[in-house]
Ligand binder design. Structure first.
Ligand code: HEC
Ligand code: HEC
Ligand code: HEC
Ligand code: HEC
Length: 427
């Protein structure tokens, strides 16, 4: 019954779209893929997988996409679109990431248009880097996967540079034929199927998060194959992911060993989706795109989706005030500033305690502390660093889910202190 009603309403809505006569300023499109002249997938076929044709056909979206070249700070001073080394804000990461190349290069992220050049430019990659590294940097990943399957992951990253693949572009999120949102990351498709929420059954609303989550998530490389895996077997919370890593899946014990303390560590990789999904905005069904790609208006008064994908604090009116009616831009900025200032403070307290724990453990053996005590302190520190890094590596400086972020930092702080205490007691 409900389904039939829904169908009737949808048909009526669609009908009203086609029948509303000449287009007036600020026409709202019910479905972004129903063009006013009735253009359908058939004519989209003509466009196909050709970025230039897409840019010509959709100049508003293309012009916005070009704005992803903008490099500027965020109004709150965190995040931002400039490639600043993170240790300028938090020098403790030099110690905490000692033993992995994040201590040599760990820049703040910038616009999507730079992804392909940045992956080759960073000193974290080299001639030896596996093909797995291109996974989230090219819209051609489906073609690569069709050709090689998971074998691409253990090939060399530089093999793909020569074949001139695209960076992140229209086809990272849009099906070239139907124009609909799509996801192409094989690891995400597998992980979502495993969780019982296969991407081909996702609603339009869910797709506006899935297109982002396919890249903005935690992952690791399977030992040997360097296959990309999302560690979601037990769930998406930091506890559940940690318990999964503790099972040492296919022999994966971690990404590196910190030479200061000898601790084997997992490097968290921007779990933006996992952080966001238990936060306040996700709980009321809001998608990533609603804030980062809000509906906006062209100068001619046409409504479309903003394709400048950056800090929503540059577009508060369309990104936030559409829901937070009656609030001002200043109120929004002040709230975000407060959330981020407190998150930054907690992040540093935890990060500094972890740095101290690395150094304390490092000095312990020389001072005659027993192996079993050192091992116990190392285990605590491994866990402490996971909780800290889970939130420190995630984007938004706490905004996506301030409750989880503070909880992670307090868990990390507690575990780091316990680790230090174990050593100090033994001395
Ligand atoms: C990071 C993902 C992403 C990328 C990259 C992307 N889009 Fe989109 N696009 C979206 C989302 C999300 C929507 C909104 C879908 C909805 O509301 O149902 C959208 C909507 C559209 C629409 C429908 C009209 C509108 O504005 O709502 C067009 C046309 C479009 N995009 C063209 C492009 C073009 C051209 C490019 C490349 C220059 C591109 N997109 C790149 C995610 C993306
Ligand atoms: C194909 C993988 C991929 C997809 C799909 C993707 N991203 Fe990204 N995103 C990246 C990478 C990689 C970077 C960092 C690029 C760099 O620094 O070179 C990035 C950077 C960003 C940034 C930082 C921009 C800035 O100005 O600092 C934002 C915001 C962002 N993405 C949001 C989103 C949202 C929202 C979606 C979905 C609508 C999305 N991304 C989809 C891979 C992706
Ligand atoms: C309710 C609005 C909202 C939603 C929903 C949202 N974000 Fe954000 N996001 C923000 C704000 C606000 C910031 C902080 C921007 C700043 O500091 O300037 C941010 C920051 C980011 C950044 C870092 C931007 C930078 O400049 O480096 C990325 C990447 C990002 N979000 C991705 C995502 C992804 C992926 C999702 C969905 C899983 C998502 N966001 C959902 C509001 C949102
Ligand atoms: C689609 C609607 C929607 C959009 C877009 C949206 N919000 Fe919200 N926001 C909500 C809802 C719903 C709540 C839950 C509280 C409530 O019911 O008012 C909320 C809560 C908040 C809170 C309180 C969070 C807390 O933990 O107490 C802040 C701060 C906030 N939003 C900021 C923003 C910012 C900044 C943006 C833009 C980047 C934004 N919102 C975009 C709907 C939205």
């Amino acid at each position: 019954m409900e389904k039939t009603l829904f169908l009737i309403i949808s048909v009526l809505l669609l009908f009203s779209l086609f029948s509303c006569g000449p287009r007036t300023a600020q026409t709202v499109r019910q479905s972004t893929y129903v063009e006013e002249d009735g253009e359908t997938a058939a004519s989209a076929d003509v466009l196909g997988r050709d970025v230039l044709k897409w840019e010509e056909a959709f100049p508003l979206q293309a012009a916005d996409n070009n704005r992803n070249h903008t490099e500027q700070p965020s109004p709150t001073g965190y995040n931002g679109s400039e490639p600043i080394q993170r240790w300028e804000w938090t020098p403790e990461i030099k110690t905490n990431f000692s033993g992995i190349a994040f201590s040599k290069d760990y820049k703040e992220d910038r616009g999507h248009v730079y992804a392909w050049e940045d992956i080759f430019e960073t000193v974290r990659t080299s001639e030896k880097s596996p093909g797995a590294c291109i996974t989230c940097k090219t819209s051609d990943i489906d073609l690569v996967f069709d050709e090689y399957g998971w074998d691409y992951a253990s090939m060399k990253m530089y093999d793909f540079e020569e074949s001139a693949h695209s960076g992140i572009d229209c086809f990272s999120c849009h099906d070239p034929e139907t124009k609909h949102l799509r996801v192409t990351q094989p690891a995400f498709i597998e992980a979502m199927a495993m969780r019982g929420t296969p991407v081909n059954e996702a609603s339009e609303q869910e797709m506006k998060t899935n297109v982002c989550a396919q890249c903005h998530s935690e992952y690791y490389f399977e030992p040997g194959t360097t296959k990309v895996i999302f560690p979601w077997q037990n769930g998406l919370s930091p506890e559940e992911m940690y318990s999964y890593y503790q099972e040492e899946p296919s022999g994966f014990t971690g990404d590196y060993t910190n030479p200061v303390s000898g601790v084997r560590l997992v490097k968290a990789q921007h779990p933006d989706y996992e952080t966001y999904q238990s936060g306040i905005h996700a709980s009321v069904g809001i998608s990533c795109a609603q804030c980062h790609m809000p509906k906006t208006w062209s100068e001619e008064g046409e409504q479309y989706t903003q394709h400048w994908i950056t800090s929503p604090l540059h577009t508060i009116e369309s990104s936030c005030l559409s829901c937070h009616k009656g609030k001002t831009e200043q109120w929004i900025t002040d709230r975000v500033q407060y959330i981020q200032d407190t998150a930054f403070d907690s992040m540093r307290r935890a990060g500094l305690a972890i740095e101290e724990a690395h150094k304390t453990i490092g000095a312990a053996a020389a001072q005659g502390v027993s192996d079993s005590t050192v091992n116990a302190a190392q285990d605590l520190l491994r866990e402490a660093q996971w909780y800290w890094d889970f939130s420190a590596s995630a984007n938004s400086m706490g905004f996506h889910n301030s409750e989880l972020v503070h909880s992670n930092y307090s868990t990390a702080l507690d575990l780091a202190h316990k680790s230090i205490q174990l050593i100090l007691k033994a001395l």
